[in-house]
Ligand binder design. Structure first.
Ligand code: HEC
Length: 264
């Protein structure tokens, strides 16, 4: 009796079964990704090594195999690196190159010059800012619409928030104070004489003729009426108890002739 115990025997009439060289081999890729130097640059890289055999070559996204495990000149994105050993056994791993923050390397500085605001009437303060550290700036004030001009007019006294934004949306913020212009000497003299001669009948609780002279801007707004009553005595004199001394009338006249402004 003959026992055929060799499965590889040619006499069987079938080809020999070639053992799969990769059956018990796991090729593992490890490495790290380096981001590009800026969000628009393509100088990122991936560096890998592999285990599970020897004689490795590597490719990226199914491209040509190369002996180096370093892949340069990469933009942000996800890449698949495949390692192949000398027996043709492969293993792959995905790497994600993260883009740096658009504004990461950008430092915008903001400086401002101001013109003080005159109290009373239309606000007339001005802020002009200068931004540096990037390009394509637009500007807004107090959360408003961005504009290309770096100047803001018609501002009231007080603190204003300016934002400069570059072409990529990177911003810098500055709080800029617009000072109130000080009262002028001619106005101050008139205000002083009215404190003495007028506010007893013209104040917040008693405002004869609708006039409250404790509010500075009421004096500015009604300069013509003050002159008419206290200087020209038209239609009748103010104060009603008797006309001001000539020296006090002269103070009113001097202020009126200079323009009757808060800053005169
Ligand atoms: C003793 C109270 C009294 C004093 C002080 C007084 N006023 Fe009057 N004022 C009145 C009364 C009352 C009226 C409303 C009747 C009228 O217009 O005459 C009036 C009205 C006015 C008006 C509004 C009417 C208009 O003509 O436009 C003006 C302006 C005015 N006063 C200016 C002055 C000035 C300036 C002084 C100080 C130099 C002054 N008054 C001091 C009682 C006073």
């Amino acid at each position: 009796m003959v026992f055929l115990i060799n499965a590889c025997s040619k006499s069987g009439g079938s080809d020999p079964v070639t053992p799969n060289p990769c059956a018990s081999v796991t090729v593992t890729v490890t490495g790290n990704a380096t981001p590009p130097s800026s969000s628009s640059a393509s100088d990122g890289s991936i560096t890998v090594t592999a285990t599970g055999g020897s004689g490795f070559t590597f490719n990226i996204n199914g491209g040509t195999f190369q002996s180096s495990g370093v892949f340069n000149n990469l933009a942000a994105g996800t890449y698949t690196i495949t390692a192949k050993n000398s027996n043709g056994c492969t293993g792959s791993r995905q790497f994600t190159i993260t883009s740096p923050s658009v504004c990461g390397g950008i430092s915008i500085s903001l400086s401002a010059t101001t013109t003080s605001a005159t109290p009373c009437g239309t606000p007339n303060g001005v802020i002009t800012v200068t931004a540096s550290g990037s390009t394509g700036f637009t500007y807004n004030i107090n959360g408003g619409t961005f504009q290309s001009s770096a100047s803001f007019n018609n501002l009231a006294a007080g603190s204003h928030t300016i934002i400069a934004k570059d072409a990529n949306g990177c911003t810098a913020t500055a709080n800029v104070n617009v000072t109130a212009a000080p009262a002028g000497p001619l106005f101050s003299a008139v205000k002083q004489l009215m404190q003495t001669n007028c506010v007893s009948c013209h104040n917040a609780s008693q405002s004869e003729g609708g006039m409250n002279w404790t509010v500075e801007c009421n004096i500015v707004a009604n300069s013509a009426r003050i002159k008419a009553r206290a200087v020209d005595q038209n239609p009748s004199v103010m104060p009603p108890t008797g006309p001001l001394p000539a020296s006090e009338k002269d103070k009113i006249t001097a202020w009126i002739n200079a323009g009757a402004k808060f800053t005169d």
